[in-house]
Design a binder for this molecule. Structure first.
Ligand code: FES
Length: 131
C-alpha cells in the first residue's frame, strides 16, 4: 500500500499560459516550472536545464517538449530528459488537475532536488504561489 499524496493547490490552470510556463517558488531549493502544452497537458519540472542550468520556464513549449532558451536543447516535459543527441535529466514533480486547480505534491516540493545549483540566467516570469 502506498502512502496518500499530500496535494497542494499552487495556482489555477489559467494562470499558466497556453504553450507557456509559470514558476512556483519553494521555501528551499530552486522553483518548479509548470508548463501547459497545446493539448492542455500540465507538466512540472525543476526550473533548471540539465545542460548548464538554463531556466526552462523561459523556453519554447512545443508538443510534449520545451526548448531551453540558452542552447536550444529539447527537454521532454513528461520525463524531464534531454532528447538525443543530448543527454541528462532535470527532476520531475508530480502534478495533477483538480477542477481548475493545479496541484503539486507538498512532500516533493519540500524535499526534491534541494541541492541543485541556481540557473545561469535568472528567470523573470511572475512567480505564482497560491495558498
Ligand atoms: S543550458 Fe539548456 S541547453 Fe544549455
Amino acid at each position: 500500500m502506498t502512502a496518500a499524496r499530500n496535494w497542494k493547490s499552487v495556482c489555477a490552470v489559467d494562470d499558466i499560459p497556453l504553450l507557456g510556463a509559470r514558476r512556483v517558488a519553494r521555501p528551499r531549493g530552486l522553483p518548479v516550472a509548470l508548463f501547459r502544452n497545446a493539448e492542455g497537458g500540465i507538466f512540472a519540472l525543476l526550473d533548471r536545464c540539465p545542460h548548464r542550468g538554463g531556466p526552462l520556464s523561459q523556453g519554447i513549449v512545443f508538443g510534449d517538449s520545451v526548448a531551453c532558451p540558452l542552447h536550444n536543447w529539447t527537454i521532454g516535459l513528461d520525463d524531464g530528459c534531454a532528447r538525443e543527441p543530448d543527454s541528462g535529466c532535470t527532476p520531475r514533480f508530480s502534478v495533477r488537475l483538480q477542477g481548475t486547480a493545479v496541484q503539486l505534491d507538498a512532500d516533493e516540493l519540500a524535499t526534491r532536488a534541494l541541492d541543485e545549483p541556481p540557473p545561469i540566467a535568472p528567470g523573470n516570469r511572475i512567480v505564482v504561489v497560491c495558498q
